[in-house]
Design a protein around this ligand. Structure first.
Ligand code: FDA
Length: 502
């Protein structure tokens, strides 16, 4: 309508008053498409017909974020915040609702990293990637590290606000467990830090998904200690050897190993790959493995002794041959379509179930990996309400990670129904009431928001919200009512304001 387009013009005028026009990209400017695509990790959300932003604002300072929020409110344009664009369902740059008019705040340029090695702390911009931080921390001090995810191009903004799980979680918890302070732009356009936002708001952005509450500009984090030399291995066992027995056994072992040892498994026909990071030398690792998991048959020849930062490359790329600079490559971007579903496991899945899963679903060329990541250790000793991430007591998390390169709806439907099929098959064996999911593994199959009046319906959102947050969902909604009662920051799975009981 003409009033909508005049709102958009007024919105742009409002932005231009404070933001240099070269940072404001509309579909009619040259760089719009390249910028939109620059951090897209899931081609499903750039298919024709996807609702795209009216504007992308490539901010270079926090003031630009404040301006965009204030102009958006004044002229009825919503905001989606994008740091690294890894959201599995594209929520940082695409909308399922054809009527939603929104701007993308792209934070890629807000990626300064300041490390204080003496205090073992760092300030990190939301647009910094995990790889950039790992590189900078290691350059400052070989015995410092940060607990976060394995993919180096994931960025701080989404990762920390949703949790942040990786190979140091059994020793140090999630990224979100190691946040000391944050700078946020709230729904009124104010720039707040921990003391001015208050503890409830600060709690919510450490695992509740930042996008519902404001825009996190930067994070102050605690760095953690690692030895100068750590040990990694990757051991492959085939199905016709002992893979199924080993995966079954792994469930009883990996969550209970010493905290210094992280042992994940990737199951992908015809093999299971056991990948380990040990915060110590090969000799001790070998002793532990011989006592605790002799069936795997690890030998000292499997060890590679390297620095912690090299281990981040090993875990992602299965090699130690790449230069450290690979961690700085933000454009290292797979052009694939993606659908992921995930679970938490409370009781070991019986051998026969693995056998039939493999028989029915994995025994086909090109099937995606199922990734098993152990909890236990520090993860299990943090209270489920300490942060919005409640999944502390499980044995492990499981991801069915399907990606494909073929275009077209046939491939899309076939791949998505495969993921859903495996997920259905696993139902009897995984967590129940709720079937618990980690919010950084976003899955819109769990449900999407509906409006009730002009705000998101709480009752409707509870259906998916309790799967991500369990008992913390209600508290998140309470924080939302206080910090964004008008529900300005909303998307398909944003936290709704808590409504008084009817
Ligand atoms: P993106 O920019 O898409 O943001 C994700 C969500 O957070 C969006 O809703 C967005 O609006 C919001 N958001 C982003 N920046 C914000 C900010 N500054 N303030 C407020 N809200 C903000 N996870 C994990 O725990 N361990 C792992 O090892 C991996 N590995 C991994 C590999 C690959 C290839 C992918 C695609 C994803 C993962 N993940 C992961 C999941 C990842 O942690 C999750 O997608 C993060 O939310 C991504 O953060 P980005 O900033 O990159 O994404």
């Amino acid at each position: 309508s003409s009033s909508a387009s005049s709102d958009v013009d007024a919105f742009l005028g409002c932005l231009y008053a404070d933001i240099p026009p070269r940072l404001v990209h509309t579909p009619s400017t040259n760089n719009y498409s390249a910028l939109l695509l620059s951090s897209v990790r899931n081609l499903r959300y750039v298919l024709p017909g996807t609702v795209r932003p009216l504007v992308i604002v490539a901010v270079t300072e926090p003031g630009h974020v404040q301006t965009t929020v204030l102009c958006g409110r004044r002229h009825s344009v919503r905001i989606r915040t994008r740091s690294g664009g890894h959201d599995y369902e594209g929520l940082s740059y695409a909308s399922l609702d054809p009527h939603q008019r929104f701007a993308v705040l792209d934070l890629a340029e807000l990626r300064a990293i300041h490390i204080d090695a003496a205090r073992a702390e760092a300030w990190v911009g939301s647009g910094a990637s995990l790889g950039e931080l790992y590189y900078a921390v290691a350059a400052a001090n070989r015995t410092l590290a940060f607990p976060a995810g394995s993919c180096p191009t994931v960025c701080f903004g989404g990762h920390l606000s949703g949790g942040g799980f990786g190979s140091l979680a059994r020793k140090y918890g999630l990224s979100a467990d190691n946040v000391l302070d944050a700078v946020v732009v709230d729904a009124q356009g104010r720039l707040l830090n921990r003391s001015t936002m208050g503890e409830d708001f600060f709690w919510a952005i450490r695992g509740g998904g930042g996008e519902s509450f404001g825009v996190v500009v930067s994070w102050k984090v605690r760095l953690v200690r690692v030895p100068e030399t750590v040990t990694v291995f990757g051991i492959r066992r085939f199905r016709n050897q002992s893979a199924i027995d080993l995966v079954t056994k792994w469930q009883d072992i990996a969550p209970f190993l010493p905290r210094d040892l992280y042992l994940r498994v990737l199951v992908q026909n015809p093999q299971a790959d056991f990948v380990a990071l040990f915060l110590g030398r090969c000799g001790r690792l070998f002793d532990i493995m011989r006592r605790r998991f002799p069936e795997l048959g690890m030998t000292q020849a499997d060890c590679q002794e390297i620095s912690w930062v090299q281990s981040t490359i090993f875990i992602e790329f299965f090699t130690t041959d790449k230069p450290l600079e690979v961690l700085l490559d933000r454009s290292n971007k797979p052009d694939y379509y993606l659908k992921v579903k995930s679970d938490h496991v409370q009781e070991p899945i019986p051998r026969h179930a693995w056998e039939s899963l493999w028989e029915k679903w994995l025994d086909e060329p090109g099937t995606p990996p199922i990734m098993l990541d152990p909890y236990g250790g520090r993860m299990g000793s943090i209270s489920p309400s300490a942060t919005p991430f409640p999944h502390r007591d499980y044995l492990y998390q499981l991801q069915i990670y399907s990606f494909w390169f073929e275009n077209g709806t046939d491939a899309l439907e076939k791949r998505i129904s495969w993921v859903r099929g495996v997920h259905k098959e696993l139902e009897p064996y995984v967590s129940k009431n709720p079937r618990a999911v980690y919010v950084n593994y976003r899955d819109l199959d769990l449900g999407t928001n509906e409006l009730e009046g002009n705000v998101t319906s709480y009752d409707n959102a509870k259906v998916w919200g309790e799967k991500y947050f369990k008992g913390n969902f209600e508290r998140l909604a309470g924080v939302k009512s206080r910090v964004d009662p008008d529900d300005f920051f909303r998307n398909e799975q944003s936290i709704p304001p808590l409504r008084a009981a009817k």
